[in-house]
Design a protein around this ligand. Structure first.
Ligand SMILES: *[C@@H]1O[C@H](CO)[C@@H](O)[C@H](O)[C@H]1NC(C)=O
Ligand SMILES: *[C@@H]1O[C@H](CO)[C@@H](O)[C@H](O)[C@H]1NC(C)=O
Ligand SMILES: *[C@@H]1O[C@H](CO)[C@@H](O)[C@H](O)[C@H]1NC(C)=O
Ligand SMILES: *[C@@H]1O[C@H](CO)[C@@H](O)[C@H](O)[C@H]1NC(C)=O
Ligand SMILES: *[C@@H]1O[C@H](CO)[C@@H](O)[C@H](O)[C@H]1NC(C)=O
Ligand SMILES: *[C@@H]1O[C@H](CO)[C@@H](O)[C@H](O)[C@H]1NC(C)=O
Ligand SMILES: *[C@@H]1O[C@H](CO)[C@@H](O)[C@H](O)[C@H]1NC(C)=O
Ligand SMILES: *[C@@H]1O[C@H](CO)[C@@H](O)[C@H](O)[C@H]1NC(C)=O
Ligand SMILES: *[C@@H]1O[C@H](CO)[C@@H](O)[C@H](O)[C@H]1NC(C)=O
Ligand SMILES: *[C@@H]1O[C@H](CO)[C@@H](O)[C@H](O)[C@H]1NC(C)=O
Ligand SMILES: *[C@@H]1O[C@H](CO)[C@@H](O)[C@H](O)[C@H]1NC(C)=O
Ligand SMILES: *[C@H]1O[C@H](CO)[C@@H](O)[C@H](O)[C@H]1NC(C)=O
Length: 660
């Protein structure tokens, strides 16, 4: 409920208006307010006074204030959504609590030049129910924790989508056959389009390795000569030709006043220059040639656009990043089909995606149309699948030649940074229609005894809204082990896995081998951002059950490219079967049981934990020393949790490091 002081302030400005249906009982009729008639300036001033009154009130907590702002914002948005960005950006600045950058990112009206989301916020206000749990979720995740995350309603379910009964056969665990196919998994390229050889790579408060990198304070080191010796690979304009031959560019000297110059192939605090992306792609092509194999297909789990600041992230650059990378992939892999998904960066503005039901979907059609057509042009998906992708926010399903079905969806639908994800989170938790799409695909496959892989960018545990995370796990449980063979994610840039248990209450004791449901693969990135070596992997897949029998990881040591004239050397990193001390028959798949035992081994032996953490970062120079300071212990909670709630519970309440 609105506190009295706030409500009084709201009433003070009331003139008269129709109350939208459903809000008849809103506190003191907040909707009984229309803008002053003497122009927009007066409207804005009046609105700011109202927001100020909310801030000034002393007997309400930050959560109530945040919800009041949404309620009041909605009252404005009903009649003047166009003024929302102006009002809220000004309010944000006036509070003195937020940087100009934060206020601009969150509230400045949308333009094609900068990735600001004020117009998306206005869209949200017109649709959100500010008296519902949605407002609490918004205030928790979009407004920096002004509310605590609300209690997850226990009765959430999407079981009606599959007619409640799980058929007997769907409990069957299938045994692998004897043939293998090889599938490539690549992810998170994050091309830095304005990567500049010689620019500052030791920068503050900006993206490094760009013309706009802000140099670190006192950046020029006392021993500049030694720094120059450490970073000599300054070849501007280097590239690979279509045959994969590397052409070294012109040697330059670093700009003056640079403490650490950005070298040809990248730096650990920068996103990937295109030449690094092509180096990774050609290393894969070379691998196929030297081993005389061809991948049957590849999956790409998202993120093409870089992490640059909003004023350097434009609509044009989003399109350029998407088209440049898919074009590079097509050039190198030619006839090998790639099944991609888009990531949280692959949209404009950042992280946004509107449901069709919302009426705002047309703001994002350009992306779905561009991407679906591009994938179709490259022969990765056919015209029907492209049509499906256009209507499902670039989600689609493909029946591969091998008989496996790959289902891809756009995880921005449930992303905590997406304004549109806060509409009907609980009332209509499938507001995007993604669950219905997934379930229909899975039911169809189940009825045909077909196996399925599900691919999406953001793992369930990473900033997925809790109601949708819960429903997704319900779905995974329903369709495991018979239909869902595997789940693949990217996003974290680390090489990780996460296990789903039946009754996980965060304690080590509750994570029982007898209660395994499934797990997800999270793959490495090609971008070195932040502090990782670039990497890719391929799987050995059983051609009967489409389970992973082994996985082979390749990487390059980026620091070795800092001084060399040559292009990166890509090397074999590891296979879990050899790296982890878990007895596992060659004929058994790397399934949830296998990963549960790897987890147990990490729990009991810090050297195994170290192996995991090193592999997660591909042994970059920034790899933690796990034995030294317990700095890897969080991994133990992380790998044994599937949702953010499970992970937080594990971290907060329970001892997760074993006694011995
Ligand atoms: C709106 O405000 C006017 C003037 O204060 C009042 O007469 C009217 O009853 C209010 N309407 C509602 C729905 O609260
Ligand atoms: C809110 O408080 C500030 C600082 O005390 C004051 O300047 C401002 O007039 C107040 N605004 C309202 C609407 O009460
Ligand atoms: C601004 O910061 C002050 C001091 O921390 C806090 O009391 C106030 O609630 C904040 N206001 C907003 C709108 O965040
Ligand atoms: C779920 O519980 C909430 C109260 O926590 C209730 O309002 C809602 O109607 C319930 N929904 C269903 C589908 O039972
Ligand atoms: C529900 O599923 C059962 C078992 O699969 C099936 O026999 C029944 O016809 C289904 N009912 C509906 C309404 O789809
Ligand atoms: C990077 O910048 C920091 C200041 O932020 C400075 O202390 C450090 O020496 C710089 N590193 C190098 C290698 O110059
Ligand atoms: C400069 O760095 C080089 C290489 O690390 C080192 O050998 C040398 O002693 C350093 N000189 C000074 C003055 O620190
Ligand atoms: C938008 O981007 C342009 C060009 O980079 C910049 O000049 C302008 O200040 C930015 N506007 C905002 C509101 O950030
Ligand atoms: C968690 O689950 C374990 C095993 O299932 C049980 O022994 C323990 O009491 C539970 N703890 C809590 C706090 O629920
Ligand atoms: C994993 O595979 C082993 C051996 O094939 C099997 O015994 C086990 O039940 C499987 N685990 C799960 C969770 O399906
Ligand atoms: C690169 O980093 C690794 C890991 O820290 C280190 O072992 C290796 O010596 C470094 N190579 C160079 C050339 O600095
Ligand atoms: C999920 O994963 C495995 C593959 O490792 C698959 O065979 C099975 O169908 C699913 N269920 C379990 C319990 O692992």
């Amino acid at each position: 409920m609105l506190a009295k002081t706030v409500a009084v302030a709201l009433i003070a400005a009331a003139v008269s208006a129709a109350v939208p249906s459903g809000y008849e009982n809103a506190p003191n009729s907040v909707f009984n307010w229309t803008h002053p008639v003497d122009g927009d300036d007066a409207f804005v001033t009046s609105a700011l006074t109202m927001l100020q009154s909310i801030d000034n009130s002393t007997d309400v907590d930050s959560c109530e204030k945040c919800k009041s702002r949404l309620l009041y914002g909605k009252a404005i948005a009903i009649s003047r959504p166009d003024l929302i960005p102006t009002i809220f950006e000004k309010w944000c600045l006036d509070t003195g609590n937020f940087s100009a950058k934060t206020c601009s990112t969150n509230y400045h009206r949308n333009t094609a030049d900068n990735s600001t989301t004020g117009s998306n916020f206005a869209d949200l206000l017109t649709l959100i129910d500010p008296l519902s749990i949605d407002a609490e979720y918004w205030c928790a995740y979009k407004a920096g924790g002004q509310c605590n995350a609300p209690e997850l309603p226990q009765n959430l379910s999407i079981a009606h989508l599959w007619n409640y009964t799980k058929p007997e056969k769907a409990y069957n665990v299938l045994a692998p056959g004897s043939d293998i196919m090889k599938i490539l998994h690549i992810s998170d390229f994050h091309i830095e389009l304005d990567y500049t050889v010689g620019a500052e790579a030791n920068c503050t408060a900006s993206m490094c390795c760009t013309p706009h990198s802000k140099a670190a304070k006192n950046a020029v080191s006392a021993n500049q000569t030694s720094i120059d010796d450490l970073y000599t690979a300054l070849f501007k304009g280097s590239y690979y030709d279509l045959d994969g031959t590397y052409h070294k560019g012109e040697k330059i000297t670093a700009l003056s006043n640079i403490s650490v110059p950005a070298t040809t192939f990248g730096n650990y605090v920068c996103d990937a220059p295109e030449v690094l992306i092509n180096s990774s792609l050609h290393s894969i092509a070379d691998f196929q040639i030297s081993n005389n194999i061809s991948f049957d297909f590849a999956i790409f789990t998202g993120d093409l656009v870089d992490h640059d600041e909003i004023q350097y992230t434009s609509y044009e650059q989003c399109i350029e990043a998407e088209t440049v990378i898919f074009n590079d992939i097509k050039n190198v892999f030619d006839l090998i089909p790639i099944y991609p998904v888009l990531g949280n960066h692959d949209t404009f503005p950042y992280g946004q995606l509107a449901p069709q039901k919302s009426g705002f979907q047309s703001k994002f059609d350009w992306n779905a149309n561009l991407i679906a057509d591009l994938w179709m042009d490259y022969d990765w998906i056919d015209i029907d699948e492209a049509q499906e992708a256009k209507t499902h926010y670039t989600g689609y399903s493909v029946n591969t030649k091998s008989g496996l079905k790959v289902i891809a969806f756009n995880s921005n639908a449930w992303y905590q940074k997406n304004e549109y994800a806060y509409i009907n989170t609980v009332e209509d938790p499938d507001y995007f229609g993604v669950f219905e799409f997934l379930v229909n695909e899975l039911l169809e496959s189940e009825s045909k005894d077909q196996r399925v892989w599900i691919i999406f960018h953001i793992p369930v545990s990473q900033t997925m809204l809790p109601p949708q995370a819960k429903l997704f796990t319900e779905l995974v449980e329903r369709f495991s082990p018979y239909t869902i063979a595997h789940i693949f994610n990217g996003h974290t840039h680390r090489d990780e896995f996460q296990i789903l248990y039946q009754n996980n209450n965060g304690t080590v004791e509750s994570k029982k081998e007898s209660e395994l449901i499934n797990f997800t693969w999270i793959t490495q990135a090609v971008t070195p951002w932040v502090q990782n070596n670039p990497a890719w992997r391929y799987y050995e897949i059983d051609t009967e059950t489409f389970q992973v029998m082994d996985v082979h990881n390749y990487y390059t040591r980026l620091n070795e490219t800092f001084t060399t004239e040559a292009d990166p050397v890509w090397e074999y990193l590891y296979s879990p079967r050899k790296a982890y001390p878990v007895e596992w028959p060659k004929t058994s798949p790397l399934n949830a049981t296998y990963w549960h035992r790897v987890y147990q081994s990490m729990l009991n032996d810090v050297s195994v934990l170290q192996t995991y953490e090193g592999n997660a970062k591909r042994w970059s120079p920034y790899t933690s020393d796990c034995a030294a300071d317990g700095s890897c212990d969080w991994d133990l909670c992380y790998v044994s949790s599937f949702t953010e709630d499970e992970y937080e519970t594990c971290l907060k309440h329970y001892k997760y490091v074993s006694e011995n």
